[in-house]
Write a protein that binds this ligand. Structure first.
Ligand code: ATR
Length: 301
C-alpha cells in the first residue's frame, strides 16, 4: 500500500503506455515486501530537463529512460558510468543525495542471457543490425573477451561506421572526463577482430559463427509474418541464436533456429536481466527473477 514512506521509481519516455516495466517492477517490489512504486511518466522532448530536475526535487529514487530520451538525457546528468559513456545512451538513472548518475544496463542484460547458455571467451559472434542495441551489445561482448564480432546490416555503410566508432572508443582515454565515475573496466586486454558486411554475406558469416544476435525489429509485433533475417538452412546445430525482439516470444527467426537444433535465447531474457540490474542499482537487493519473468510473459499474453 502506498503511504508516507513509499519510495518512487519509474520510466520516462514517449510513448510509455506500452511498457512492460511497471507491471514487472511492481510485482517484484510486492513479492519482496518493499515499499516502492514504479510509475510511467510520459515526457515530451522539450520537457526532459525539467523532468530530471523535477525527479530530483521530488526525491524520486531512480528512473528508466526510453525512446526518445536515451541519448539526450546524458546532458542532464551529474555523473555516468563507463558503459553509458561508451554506448552514448542511458537507460537507467539513480538519484542519491541530490545527484544523478546514469547507467546503461541494456548491454549487461543481453550478454547475461547469452552467458547463461555459453561462455563468451573466444567466440565468434554475428550481430545483425547496426543501431543502438547493436552498439550496446558490441561493447559488452568486447569486454567479455569474444574473438570476433561481424556486424551484418541492411546498409553496410552504417555497420562500417559503427565498427569504426566502437574500435576508436575502446582505445580512447577517458581519464579527463569529470562526469565519469571511476574506471572499473580494464580495456587493455581487449583483442578482438571486427568485421562488417551486408545481409548477402550472412550465410557465409554464419558458417563459422558460434552466436547470432538479431538486433533488428524484423518480426516484431504486429509484423508477425516478416521473413526472418536467417532461415534454418544457413544455420547449424551448434549455433546460439538470440533475437532481441520479445513480442512475440518466439519469433520466426527462433522458429527457424529450432528447426536445425540450434540453441535459442528469447528476447525476454534481455528485458529480464536489464530489469534485474536496474533493481539492484536502485535498491541494493538481488531481483526476484522468477516473479519478474512471469510478469513479462503475462504482459506478452
Ligand atoms: P535500435 O536503436 O533499437 O537498435 P535502430 O537504430 O532502429 O534500433 O536499428 C535497427 C537496425 O535494424 C538498423 O541497423 C536497421 O538497418 P539500417 O541501418 O539499414 O536501417 C535494421 N533494420 C530495420 N528494419 C530492418 C529490416 N526490415 N530488415 C533488415 N534490417 C532492418
Amino acid at each position: 500500500m502506498i503511504n508516507g514512506t513509499t519510495k518512487v521509481v519509474g520510466i520516462i519516455g514517449n510513448p510509455v503506455g506500452h511498457s512492460f516495466s511497471p507491471a514487472m517492477f511492481n510485482a517484484a517490489f510486492k513479492s519482496m515486501n518493499m515499499n516502492y512504486v514504479y510509475v510511467p511518466f510520459k515526457v515530451e522532448k522539450e520537457n526532459l530537463k525539467y523532468a530530471i530536475r523535477g525527479a530530483k526535487a521530488f526525491g524520486i529514487q531512480g528512473l528508466n529512460v526510453t525512446i526518445p530520451h536515451k541519448q539526450k538525457v546524458i546532458n542532464e546528468l551529474d555523473k555516468f558510468d563507463i558503459m553509458a559513456n561508451l554506448i552514448g545512451a542511458v537507460n537507467t538513472i539513480k538519484f542519491k543525495e541530490g545527484k544523478s548518475k546514469g547507467y546503461n544496463t541494456d548491454c549487461v542484460g543481453a550478454v547475461r542471457a547469452i552467458k547463461e547458455v555459453s561462455d563468451l571467451k573466444d567466440k565468434n559472434v554475428v550481430i545483425v543490425g547496426a543501431g543502438g542495441a547493436a552498439r550496446a551489445i558490441s561493447f559488452q561482448l568486447a569486454i567479455e573477451g569474444v574473438n570476433s564480432i561481424n556486424m551484418i546490416n541492411r546498409s553496410p555503410k552504417k555497420a562500417k561506421s559503427l565498427i569504426y566508432d566502437i574500435k576508436t572508443l575502446l582505445s580512447a582515454d577517458f581519464t579527463d572526463n569529470s562526469k565519469l565515475d571511476e574506471l572499473t573496466i580494464d580495456f587493455s586486454h581487449i583483442d578482438i577482430t571486427f568485421k562488417y558486411g551486408s545481409l548477402d554475406e550472412l550465410p557465409k558469416s554464419l558458417a563459422d559463427a558460434d552466436i547470432l544476435i538479431d538486433t533488428t525489429p524484423v518480426g516484431m509485433h504486429p509484423n508477425l509474418n516478416d521473413e526472418p533475417i536467417a532461415t534454418y538452412d544457413i544455420m547449424h546445430s551448434d549455433l546460439i541464436v538470440n533475437d532481441i525482439v520479445y513480442n512475440p516470444l518466439e519469433t520466426n527467426l527462433l522458429k527457424e533456429a529450432k528447426k536445425i537444433g540450434a540453441t535459442i535465447i528469447y528476447g525476454t531474457k534481455m528485458l529480464l536481466y536489464q530489469g534485474a540490474e536496474n533493481f539492484k542499482i536502485w535498491t541494493g537487493e538481488e531481483a526476484p527473477l522468477d516473479i519478474m519473468e512471469k510478469s513479462i510473459l503475462n504482459s506478452i499474453k
